[in-house]
Structure formats: C-alpha cells, structure tokens
Design a protein around this ligand. Structure first.
Ligand SMILES: Cc1ncc(COP(=O)(O)O)c(C=O)c1O
Length: 323
C-alpha cells in the first residue's frame, strides 16, 4: 500500500460484526466494521488517511507550518497536530468558540503536542474556514511557509485518502452493497464515492457540522475524481439528514443508544459526535426498511474516542441510571 507521507503502515482491519448485525436486524455476514479508528497515529481516525496526502503536498511545497482548524474537540486538529510533529512541521490550529477553562479530551492531546491554538469565538465552522485562511496569510506575511488545510481536511487532495480506502474496502469485502459513513466536512464520503465510482453505494449521515453537506459532497466528489483522473461517479449523493437539525455535537439520545449497543454486543467504542450518530441512522434506516435487511454493509469507524472522554460528554455517556 502506498502512503505518500508515510503516516500509514498498511490496510486497517475489517471486522465482521454478527452480534451487532443481529441486534439491528441484519443476517450473519451482512455487517462489517472498517476499523479506521485504528490508523497508526495519536489515537487514530479517518483524518490520518487525508493527512497522509495533505502532508505529502505540504512537504512537496516546502511548507514549514500546517494551518487548520475545527471545533474545540476536533479530531482533525489533534491528528494534524500529531502528523505535523511526526514530520517536523509546526502546527497552528484555529478553533470555534472560546478557550475552555479546563482541558479535556482532544484538547489534552493538542496541548501535549504543543501546537499554537487560536480561539476565534465564532460559532459556525463555515466562519472558522475564513479565520484559517486569515491565519495562513498572517503567517506568510511574517515570513513563514504555511500550508493551509480546510476544516476536516476536506479538499480534493485530502479526499484522495478515501479514494485509496475505497479500493481497500473492495478487497476486504468483495461486492459489498453499501458503505455507511458519518458526514462532517464530507471529505471522507466524497473520497469513497469518487473511489467507488458510484454515489449509490455510499450513505453519509449528516452530523450537523455543515447543513449543506450534501452540496459540499457533490462538489468535492467531482473535484476528487478529477484530481485522481477518474470519471465522475454514477448515481446521486445519498445523505441521511435525520439528525442534522439537532446540531453538531448535540447530546443525542439515539446516538447514545447506538453507542451502548455497539459496546455491549461487540466491545466496539463509538463516539457521540460522529460514529454514534451514523450507527443510529443505520439502525433507523433498517427499522424503517429504507435499507434492506440483506444489504451487505460496511460501517466505517472513523475514530473520535478522545472526544467521548471530554468534559462535555463523559458523564452523559456513562450515566448508568438511563440505560
Ligand atoms: C471521528 C470522526 N468521524 C467522522 C468525521 C467526518 O469526516 P468528514 O469530515 O470527512 O466528513 C470526523 C471529522 O472530523 C471525525 O473526526
């Protein structure tokens, strides 16, 4: 397997999940978990695949500092921080909101990696994008060589990581029908659709980071396919919007129920912001029969475990009085 910046060491595991599959109404051999939470960097997660391509581009451009951003508990920032340190690059992170009074979850790791943190007070991630660009311009004006990475690493370079991953999925579960993935910035979804050449085989679950994520995915898929020298995929973008209005990061009872089920049937630890919502939507889709019970499904575990240990979620997740 090629790894442009050397951040990956080979394919991630693909686990058959019959106990969870049975609990949500699927027949044996129908549910597989792609363990991208086990990518080999600082707690792992889907962003390592994107950063492998983004960091290679940064190094090729002669950059000396990576500039990116996200929400306070951004897994993408944590992994950009670790990738930068591993490759000898400084990292500047631009966050939504105000600096918290106490560090928890991903912020503990960001601090350990000793990155520069800028707290913008902005509430919307779309506003953070503009602040990231501005930080890059300030660094360039001061004589640094910044490489600017958008929120979630969602551009046609980062999404190449999931074009590569799509081929890995085909090898590990030949002929699967559907891959289910949380859609935050949409870059993971876009890369998979571009790599598979078929929108209909990818179901994204909007986690509420961008209300217009389906539009972003459509655009980014075509840019990603063009960058990879492939045709635009057939079909049309599929995004489940049932949790969009609840908002990014909301404590969603359905997500907690899904997390408990994954933990108690498979020992599989999901997170409340991304993967818990994605499993909840998959469960609802099967229950409503919009997803047939004989569908061969790959659920992509994108990581996020540090976020669940943050102050915001830990008591809510652990609340044994509400199971
Ligand atoms: C754990 C986890 N899952 C899913 C996603 C969503 O991926 P994307 O931004 O590519 O849509 C993220 C993004 O930050 C994430 O950290």
């Amino acid at each position: 397997m090629s790894s442009p910046a050397g951040l990956l060491s080979g394919p991630t595991p693909m686990d058959r999940a019959d106990r969870l599959g049975d609990a949500i109404g699927l027949a044996p051999g129908r549910l597989w978990i792609k363990r991208d939470d086990l990518t080999p960097l600082a707690g792992g997660g889907n962003k390592v695949r994107k950063l492998d391509h983004l960091c290679a581009a940064a190094l090729a451009a002669g950059a000396d500092v990576l500039v990116t951003g996200g929400g306070a508990q951004s897994n993408h920032v944590r992994l950009t921080a670790a990738a930068g340190r591993r490759l000898g690059l400084d990292v500047v992170a631009v966050f939504a909101g105000e600096a918290p009074a106490a560090a928890s979850g991903n912020i503990v790791i960001d601090a350990l990696l000793d990155i520069t943190m800028i707290w913008t007070g902005k509430t919307r991630l779309a506003e953070v994008e503009a602040e990231i660009a501005a930080a890059g311009e300030r660094l360039a004006a001061s004589g640094r060589r910044p490489y600017v990475i958008p929120v979630g690493g969602a551009d046609q370079v980062g999404s190449q990581g999931y074009v590569v991953a799509a081929a890995e999925l085909e090898l590990q579960v030949p002929g699967f029908d559907l891959v289910v993935v949380p859609a935050g910035s949409g870059g993971t979804h876009a890369g998979l659709a571009a790599g598979l050449g078929d929108h209909d085989r990818v179901l994204g679950v909007n986690v509420g980071a961008f209300e217009d994520v389906a539009v972003r995915i459509a655009r980014l898929t075509d840019q990603t396919a063009a960058f990879a020298g492939r045709p635009n995929p057939s079909g049309s973008v599929r995004v489940d919007e049932r949790y969009t209005a609840a908002g990014y990061g909301a404590e969603l009872p359905d997500a907690r129920t899904a997390m408990r089920l994954a933990a108690r049937t498979e020992g599989l630890i999901l997170d409340p912001v991304y993967t818990g919502k994605a499993l909840a939507a998959l469960m609802a889709g099967i229950a409503e029969r919009s997803i047939a019970v004989d569908t061969r499904i790959i659920f992509v575990h994108c990581g996020g475990t540090y976020g669940l240990l943050s102050d915001r979620y830990s008591n809510w997740i652990a609340d044994w009085t509400s199971s």
